[in-house]
Design a binder for this molecule. Sequence first.
Ligand code: HEC
Ligand code: HEC
Length: 397
Amino acid sequence: MTMRHRRVLRTLSVAGALLGALALSSCGGGDSGTPASGGSAQTGGAWIWALPAGFPTPAVPASNPMSAAKVDLGRHLFYDKRLSGNGQQACAGCHLQDKAFTDGVAVSRGSTGEFTARNAQPLGNVAYNPLLTWANPSLLVLERQMEVPLFGENPIEMGINESNKAAVLHRLADAAAYKDKFAAAFPGEADPVSWPNVIKAIAAFQRSLISGNSRYDQMLVGTAAFTPAEQRGRELFFGDQAGCSRCHNGFNFNDQVVDAATVAVSTPFHNIGLYNVGGTGAYPEPNRGVMELSGLFKDMGAFRAPSLRNVAVTAPYMHDGSVATLEEVVDIFAEGGRNVPSGPYAGDGRLNPYKSALIRPLGLTAQDKADLVAFLRTLTDTRFLTDPRHADPFKAP
Ligand code: HEC
Ligand code: HEC
């Protein structure tokens, strides 16, 4: 049995339903031949993906086809604090472009001061995620996920509720910035300023956030060369000894991917031995992974393997932001988990009974670990982090 077969595989029972909801919309072909261009282009109304080499065409729900006008509207809404109950918070408040749309803190603060339980996730290539957030097997599409930050009350993020919902829409309808934008994005609709359309536009903007122009990508197509350390790190990453690519693989360096041609999707979750509170195998509440929803102990501490694209700018790391640096992340994997020596969460995560069989002491030297970190740093796509098409439209360029 190969290592790949031994990993925890949860096959999505609703895969059929998901794929039924997804269909190719007005998308052009995949790779245009220009290497690693990233993002997308637009000609004559139809949306044309201009994808980096090796990137498949994203799946787009038939009910929300891509268009340049919709992406433009979504970008404005994403950066607009008026889209929160008290006018204090934008999506971009927790998803900052220069940090690959993360926010640099362990857990984030919502519009009314409440903290999220988990670390804000990067949004690059989010179009390819078949499941959203760290450990929720039931959040299948961006349009549904967005209801959490917009309307969620535990914790409050954007703080929109029944009593301010209409007022927030009026605020948008009255704003000069949106004059004509809703009508352009949703042509022919009598009343285009609506919550479903707000959600569709932001989802379209998020699907346009494609990142595939890192030095790693340039190395693959021969336009950049690796240093010896980066090359050694690459071999370790994809090799048997470190085995990182058993969970961080493919063009997006993760193991859950959906694209326009997907017929079956696998959605594994893994416990990597970060905690073992009191030796019981427990992770601290409310961050016990898929178990929070399934109630099953076998799902204790099981989280989604994140994409590692742009990982050098997304610190702190892990579902709860409890690891500060890439060096520490690699140390934890090298040890086969994390020992928490003291405090309320004391316990040796390396001995967690629910840990993935793939997480074990790797026998890496200090040089190996430094090489792995050097490789991870090649995954930064500077153009994506500064691309004006993804930037705050309310700021002068
Ligand atoms: C208060 C901070 C905060 C705000 C505001 C916020 N987010 Fe997030 N976002 C997070 C956190 C934290 C997570 C991880 C959630 C989890 O796993 O429970 C997340 C996760 C996501 C994900 C899942 C990404 C993935 O790879 O699965 C998407 C998509 C997303 N946010 C989009 C948005 C949008 C769109 C908005 C605005 C409507 C928004 N967020 C507002 C903090 C925030
Ligand atoms: C068994 C699957 C698996 C293997 C093997 C694995 N990882 Fe991970 N990795 C994960 C999961 C799952 C997480 C998130 C865990 C959590 O938050 O509880 C993660 C998190 C990370 C993070 C933090 C990313 C972020 O945005 O927070 C980095 C960096 C990382 N892994 C690098 C590596 C490296 C380097 C290796 C090889 C030494 C490796 N991983 C091997 C599954 C794996």
